[in-house]
Design a protein around this ligand. Structure first.
Ligand code: ADP
Ligand code: MG
Length: 629
């Protein structure tokens, strides 16, 4: 810095070369994002006030200790000025020279490099590198800073610059402690002398600044930063009010989680669970609803990386002192710090839900019914948390009552000792599952069967693979290792017979059915599991259930061959027994019925069936039946 003496008491200084470089970029920057200077100035003022507040606690001989701390912004459309005044710590002459003349921060070189590379479009990052103040030159042709430090008995100083290579400093008597910054706006920036424009900017960036902000005399930021207060002190109404402000909606939150940590990271966070899932209509996908703050100053609205994508339904605020102001979207992504915060918050949320399920089961069920799909998404996408998220899953089963749901822990907890696997089946609803062939053997042997009503559920179980060392096995699967039936079968129902067709006939049936179904299937055999149904299709590729195939088909718009399925018939079933007697005598009818039974089994398995052929065949069968009576 070189110094020239004026005739008056005004001294002229050259900016440090790096500052001149920054100014050059700022002055010629693109016109988007110019309003960020409001945030930068408020943030500096708030810092100065916070420092003063801190001093009042530590320094006993501080002057004007008890004055009301505030930020005053005045805009004057006629004079084309924007003026911001704070009664914070102010600056001494040396501090003025140092702070508004050079760049002390080590990151500035990076900033300059980045600015140069990105052709000035990254000017909104300016605050990140400790040069936020210079953003004023995007809108001002001249800037005057009047400041008086609370530390000295100095009269105060006036700093002035037009943003070229130099600035002036002169003494300015009778200033009160604090800083006043006057922007003489460029002709193309007079909008920043309009109260409306500035009010919008303040609301956008600084609504929760913990110090009152006045604009031309009116208080602008009336909302208290709820999240930095102690949990016990905040009333429920205040939480709800703040949620409504944040979400811009009218609904009440279902629940919230308010917590603070100090080490290893400083985090204040208030996260809300809404009542509604707006994604359920399928019109759009939510974006992150969590705003990132640093010491109550907004860094980023809807910060993407602060929570994993499957928690995008959460609304709220995260405040961390460790985050640099104005961190950019790009540097956000690879910020180690954000990753750490993300991990802490994710763990906390999962735990919060788990606790809710234990302490407030009704509320949890509501949560599950509304946001269950997001939780399932978490299992598919978050390997690290998968096992913890699995605790949050809820299911209906063959043993739950209508509307009752259980967790995997409950399922495993009530498994009999000889049951080694967790069984599930996918279907439209309870009654269609219960009337289909797959549930039979489980009902018969009193083994609990999980009901999946969403095709995604099968993917979820597939991703989980195991829970507490027990594998998930689809009831369609060939490889179920069911515990042996303990009681002797004493079947008296009408549809089944305790008599089994003899071995020779079974063999013959097998061969004939194979001839008819050909390469539609991989094999035919007598079933060990069927009780009430005549036939069933078994899936040897248990990794891809029928429901999963349905999804794959709908996405790829192509048919997956089902030729790997095994066709099983129930040798106890009266229909099969009658059929076995028609092999030779009624060949055509036998064929028709077998094909029809195949279609029936395919439908139960959720596999596609050729409708026209299916219906034509039904008519043929009816026709023959009518002819014979
Ligand atoms: P940063 O805020 O990241 O330090 P800035 O360029 O915004 O970078 O500001 C530079 C420095 O100028 C601040 O660190 C502070 O010391 C000083 N400063 C700016 N505005 C004020 C103010 N209103 N009151 C006191 N000091 C200020
Ligand atoms: Mg700053």
């Amino acid at each position: 810095m070189t110094k020239r003496m004026d005739k008056s008491t005004k001294e002229t200084f050259n900016f440090q070369a790096e500052v001149a470089q920054v100014l050059n970029i700022v002055i010629n920057s693109l016109y988007t994002d110019r309003e960020i200077f409001v945030r930068e100035l408020i943030s500096n003022a708030a810092d100065a006030l916070e420092k003063f507040r801190h001093l009042t606690l530590t320094e006993s001989d501080l002057s004007q200790k008890d004055r009301e701390l505030k930020i005053d912004i005045m805009v004057d459309e006629k004079a084309k000025t924007f003026t911001i005044t704070d009664n914070g710590i102010g600056m001494t002459k040396d501090e003025l020279l140092e702070n508004l003349g050079s760049i002390a921060h080590s990151g500035s070189a990076d900033f300059l490099k980045r600015m140069a590379e990105n052709l000035k479009s990254d000017v909104h990052l300016i605050g990140q590198f400790g040069v936020g103040f210079y953003s004023v030159f995007m809108v001002a042709k001249k800037v005057t800073v009047q400041t008086c430090s609370c530390h000295t008995d100095d009269p105060g100083y006036e700093w002035e610059s037009t943003g070229d290579n130099s600035f002036t400093i002169q003494t300015k008597p009778d200033l009160s402690v604090g800083t006043k910054i006057i922007l003489h706006l460029k002709d193309d920036a007079v909008e920043f002398a309009k109260p409306f424009t500035i009010r919008q900017s303040i609301k956008k960036f600084s609504s929760f600044v913990p110090i009152p902000i006045f604009l031309n005399g009116d208080r602008v930021n009336t909302i208290q930063a709820v999240w930095t207060r102690t949990r016990g002190e905040v009333k429920d109404e205040e939480y709800v009010e703040f949620y409504k402000y944040l979400s811009g909606g009218f609904d009440d939150p279902l629940d919230w989680m308010h917590f603070a940590t100090d080490a290893p990271l400083s985090i204040h966070s208030l996260l809300y669970i809404p009542t509604e899932n707006v994604e359920k209509y399928g019109f759009f996908k939510l974006e992150s609803g969590v705003d990132l703050h640093c010491k109550k100053i907004l860094i980023q609205k809807g910060a993407k990386d602060i929570l994993p994508p499957y928690f995008r339904f959460i609304k709220g605020v995260v405040d961390s002192e460790d985050i640099p102001l104005n961190i950019s979207r790009e540097s956000m992504q690879d910020s180690l710090l954000l990753k750490k915060i993300n991990r802490v918050l994710t763990g906390r949320l999962i735990k919060h839900f788990d606790t809710m399920s234990k302490n407030e089961p009704e509320k949890y069920l509501k949560f599950w019914k509304t946001f269950g799909p997001f939780i399932k998404e978490g299992i598919v996408s978050d390997q690290e948390q998968r096992d913890n998220i699995a605790k949050l899953l809820r299911f209906q089963t063959s043993k739950t009552k209508e509307d009752e749901m259980i967790s995997l822990d409950e399922y495993v907890g009530r498994m009999p000792d000889n049951q080694k696997e967790i069984y599930f089946i996918n279907g439209e609803d309870r009654s269609s599952i219960l009337s289909g062939p797959y549930a039979e053997v489980f009902l018969d042997r009193d083994i609990e069967l999980i009901f999946n009503f969403d095709p995604i559920d099968d993917f979820v179980m597939n991703h989980l693979g195991k829970y507490l060392d027990k594998s998930f096995i689809s009831a369609e699967s060939e490889t179920i290792k069911l515990p042996e039936k303990s009681k002797i079968i004493t079947d008296t129902s009408e549809t089944t017979s305790s008599e089994k067709i003899d071995k020779k006939i079974t063999k013959q049936l097998q061969t004939e059915i194979k001839k008819i179904l050909g390469d539609k299937i991989a094999d035919v055999r007598a079933s060990e599991r069927l009780v009430e149904s005549p036939v069933i299709l078994i899936n040897p590729m248990s990794q891809i259930t029928g429901a999963m195939q349905r999804i794959i088909r709908s996405v790829n718009k192509e048919n997956i061959p089902t030729s790997h399925y095994i066709f099983e018939f129930n040798p106890h079933h009266h229909l099969i027994q009658k059929l076995s007697k028609m092999i030779d005598s009624h060949q055509t009818m036998f064929e028709l019925v077998i094909e029809q039974l195949y279609d029936q089994a395919a439908l139960a398995a959720g596999l596609p069936v050729e409708i026209k052929t299916h219906i034509d065949r039904i008519y043929k069968i009816i026709d023959k039946a009518v002819a014979e009576t």
